[in-house]
Design a protein around this ligand. Sequence first.
Ligand code: PBG
Length: 437
Amino acid sequence: MSKVCSIISLWTTNNLFSFYFLSNLQHIFLLFLLKSERGLFFISKKGAARASGCAVERNEKNRETAKLHFFHAGSLNAKVILYLYILIHGHIDYQLLLFEKPKGRIIMFPQTRMRRLRYGKLKNMVRENTLTVNDLIYAFFVDETTSEKVEVSSMPGVSRWPLSKAVDAAREAYDLGIPAVLIFGIPKTKNAEGTSSYGDDDVVQAAVRAIKAEFGNDLIVITDLCMCEYTDHGHCGIVNFETHDVVNDLTLPILGKIAVSHAKAGADIIAPSGMMDGMIEAIRSALDENGFENTPIMSYSSKYASVFYGPFRDAADSGFCFGDRSEYQMDPANSDEAIRETELDVLEGADMLMVKPGLPYLDIVYRIKQEFGMPLAVYQVSGEYAMIKAAAEKGWLDEEKCFYEAMLSMKRAGADMIITYYAKEMAKILTEKSKKN
Ligand code: PBG
C-alpha cells in the first residue's frame, strides 16, 4: 500500500495529500457519487501494491482541490472500473498515468519522519558511507639533507624525516594498520635537469629499498614521481629558459627513467604528478620494457593548479624560481577538462586515478568516479591540512572531527583511498571510534 502512496506523492511533490485506501467496491461507489474529481490513475503492474486507493489533494489552505483515484492497472477490477467510469462520465477527461516502479520512496510527513532513523545504534546501521583505516595512505617526506627530524613550519605535526629514519616513519603508519604510504624525497643536490631523481641510491630509491626490506608485502609503498623537488628551478620538467617554457616532450623520457628507478628499488605503485601530456604512456612503456609490467600506475589524473599546495612547497622545498604551474596543471575553473584529462590517462594505461586537491574539488571526485568507475584516490593536500590545523590551534574548529568529516565527505563523493598527512592521527581516531561502537 505504501508504494501506491509514494507514487502519488512523487507525482505532485508540491501538493499536500491525505491518503485512504478503499476496496474496489467502495471505489466504484465513489465514482458514481463524485463527478467533479480530477484524477484517475492507473498504476502499472510492476511497481504497485495490489491495492486501489484514493488520495485527496489539498492546497496550502487545506482546501480540497481534487480527488485522485488510483488502481493497479493489471487487475481485472481496474479494467472494470475504467469501463464503468467511461460509462458514467461518457468520456475520460482525466489524466491517465502509468507509472513504473517508483525509484524514490517519498511518502510525505507525517507518515514519514526522517528523524526516526537518526537515533542511537540505528543511526550506525543505516550509515551509507564509512571511513576506515584501509582507506588511508600516509604521505610523508624523506629528506637527504638532514640527520634529524625537521618540523615543517606551515604544517604543524608534519616533519621531514631523515633518510636514516625513513623506516621509522613507515613503521608508525604500519603499526596503526595503515596499508600504504606515499613517499616524497628531498635530495642533497638539485640541478636544471633534476638528475638526482633517478639514481639507484638517490633519496626516494634508498628510502623505498629500506622500507621494503623491513616490511615486504605488508606495507604498500607508493612513490610520488615528479621532477619539481629535484630541479633547481622548481618546475616539474625540463625548462627552456629563453621561452620560460616547461618542455613537455623532453621531460617524458626522464619521467620514464625515474619510474624504472623507483620500481627497481621496490616501489609497489608509481604515482606520477607532473601533469605532462603523454606521461602515463611514457612511464608505462618504460616500466614494461624493463620488466615491471606488473607495477601499477596511480596517475594524478585530475591535478589542479591549486593555491592549496602552498605549504607543500615549504615541506618539499619545491618552490619555483619563475612563473607558476598553471601552464601544465589544470585550471580550477574546469570540470569537463578533468574528464578529458582522465580519459587520456586511462587510455595510456593508468591503473588508478586521483583527484587533487580534495575538499574543494568533490564535484570532480564525484564525476570521475561516476564516469570511469575506476579505483580513485583523493589527495587531501597540504593547504587543506594546514587550514584545519590553524583553525583548530585557534580553538575555532574541533581538529579531529573536522578531519573526520572532511575525509568522510571524500568517501561519500566517490573516493576509494585518501592520501593525507593526517593518516596516523586518523587511524587512531578510527580505532577509538570502532571500540566505542
Ligand atoms: C609534486 C607534487 C606537489 C604536490 C604533490 N606532488 C606540488 C605541486 O604540484 O606543486 C602537492 C601536495 C600538497 O600540497 O600536499 N609535483
